[in-house]
Design a binder for this molecule. Sequence first.
Ligand code: SF4
Length: 336
Amino acid sequence: MASNFGHIYLEEAAADYPLTAEICANFPAAQRINIRNYRHFFNRPNQDYNLQKGGLKLILAVKRDDLLYRGSPECQDFNSANFYYNTPLVNCVYDCEYCYLQGKYQSANLLVFVNQDDLMAAVTGQIPRRPEAERPLLLALSYDTDLLAIDNRIPIFKPWVEFARTAENLLVEIRTKSAAVAGLKSIASGKNILLSWTVSPQRIIDLIEHFTPALDRRIQAIGVAIEQGWQVRLSIDPVIHSEDWPQLYLAMIERLFTRLPASAIHDIQFGPFRINENYYRRLRRARPRSLILMQPLVVQDGIVSWPPAQQTELRKRISDQLSRYLPDEKIHPWQI
Ligand code: SF4
């Protein structure tokens, strides 16, 4: 994992926050550099995202606006108009070749917002204003990062779990590929928190999910989380096309359910590789030899993804396999 952080860029306004002190203490050898405004550093044009991935820097800053976003169409919204996401931390210590972050941001460096209380207040303020009053506000907390993967040194996960556990009309999804679950023991789980593990066949992990834990380690971590009472969602997303994708993914599903109790899985969602058209152009420039580009892809409504007929086949084959283990209401395919 590329997370030694030789440099910490500290925004003036972030200096006095307790989270700043806590994080700096976790990287005592890092050189500290003061900056006026993180945007001047983070949003600089012409940065080399993939070069930066090899030696990440840490930026500590205050988030002043856009504390909460409406979910985007590429995301699985579980048919909820109440779908929102936020960005307590931006960018990731893992390096998946399909990651949309490389299209979305100019910089790969890890950007931590130290005013987490303000992000929580924005969620609290939105709950009574959510569009569907009969359903909870669905908050995706870890879309632009993997909070659990870096939690031992950037401790944001636990405060959010504690916030969510006591909030009413809120369902929080925390997506991860991490196998670092030892810390879960010391945190009380909650009914309105879903830990959502993304799983991929081992061959896909080896080829394009750099620095991420092996499939078996993820399955082991999921087992630990279930034993400790956490609600677990599984995510087979994105499915990467190859000649033998059905065999790869159907075998992985079988492996999952020989090792995990199906009755303990909250639900499962899956979908083909898909990405915003503009992000795709940047991905193609940055990784011209990536396996991602070998897939049959078309553009539909500004989203690059598998052709419709192959998406239909994906939905059928994966749904049929999942139906061997889970009732239909727990199976959520992504559809445009
Ligand atoms: S784990 Fe998620 S956020 Fe991190 S690099 Fe992979 S796709 Fe991107």
